[in-house]
Design a protein around this ligand. Structure first.
Ligand code: PMV
Length: 314
């Protein structure tokens, strides 16, 4: 008899504008990031489920806390199908380091949900995929806006407002986005909590910073329509300054943002939850992007990626 298998894949994402503010109902813009790819393979095994991924290898039941969201949905899907949580193994491969603000936690969930449905021979409705991914993200992050799952599942750029359907946003800019990894894991949950603390301790200042980020996201949407890369760069740098004031940046992120700007970037900012993870920078030409990328690597970046913004997907 043919062995039962399940396979699922998902790409990462980059938040161009509006991280953190999106949690408080402001808009944000996110782009799929196809350089980041997660693959989940499920094969038949014997006995307890073995989970094998970058963060952990061993029995599903002993997985560390950071994988609780994933473990919960694996358990839930298996139970919902009336199957037993045993006799299969889950292998998750990622070509990017996890926890770098590229949406890896949502992408791991999406790839694994797709693989489990295939393994159990079930059809997966998009609404169900979104629901399950958000359950897992809620366990991982506490209060996710849903932007990661929306862009990762849709695989197209979106203008996103919490509790509203994502709006497709065709991006076609003649410029290049450089993504640079600090090498330090991002701390989305911690960063989201710290923004909340800041807002509670100084509501007037906190709310005005959040509103400022929302205004930048709205302006970005208009600027994308007129394809003005110089203006986009300026807004990115402004957003970084606000994110720094919100205390979700750190010395390493600020250093890389400065290196990018001193090397001729049109603008640069952290992306995602912050307190680690990645920065993004914008360049007018491929040569300039390469130069900025080289400077970032020479000045502490762990890795870089360059993507053309001339098509919807990066
Ligand atoms: O760190 P990431 O890639 O998961 O991005 C988090 C984005 C936040 O706005 C900080 C949180 C959220 O749920 O939207």
């Amino acid at each position: 008899m043919k062995e039962k298998t399940g396979y699922g894949t998902a790409i990462g994402k980059i938040i161009l504008m509006g991280e953190h503010a999106v949690v408080y109902g402001e808009p944000a813009i996110a782009i799929p990031f196809s350089a980041a790819r997660i693959k989940t393979n499920i094969i038949e095994g014997k006995g307890s489920v073995i989970l094998d991924c970058d963060l952990y290898k061993g029995s599903l039941f002993n997985a560390p806390k950071r994988l609780f969201g994933l473990v919960y949905i694996i358990r839930k899907i298996t139970e919902d199908f009336g199957e037993e949580l045993k006799d299969f193994n889950i292998n998750i491969e990622s070509n990017i380091p996890l926890e770098r603000g590229m949406g890896s936690s949502a992408a791991v969930s999406v790839a694994t949900i797709r693989a489990l449905y295939e393994y159990f021979g079930k059809n997966l409705a998009k609404s169900n995929l979104i629901k399950l991914t958000n359950i897992s993200e809620k366990i991982n992050h506490g209060n996710p806006s849903g932007i990661d799952s929306a862009v990762i599942i849709g695989e197209a750029s979106i203008y996103y407002l919490k509790k509203a359907p994502p709006m497709a946003l065709g991006i076609n800019l003649d410029s290049y986005l450089i993504v640079a990894d600090t090498g330090i894991p991002g701390q989305t949950k911690e960063a989201v909590k710290s923004v909340k603390r800041l807002i509670l301790s100084n509501p007037q200042r906190g709310k005005s910073l959040i509103k400022g980020l929302g205004i930048l996201a709205k302006e970005t949407k208009e600027i994308l329509k007129v394809k003005d890369s110089v203006a986009l760069g300026r807004l990115m740098t402004e957003a970084h300054q606000i994110l720094d004031e919100l205390e979700v940046s750190n010395d390493t992120l600020n250093h890389l943002v400065n290196v990018a700007r001193e090397s001729g970037a049109l603008g640069a900012k952290l992306t995602g939850g912050g307190l680690g993870g990645c920065i993004i920078a914008l360049a007018s030409t491929k040569e300039e992007a390469q130069f900025i990328s080289d400077r970032l690597l020479a000045n502490g970046a762990n890795n870089t990626w360059i993507s053309y913004m001339g098509v919807d997907k990066i």
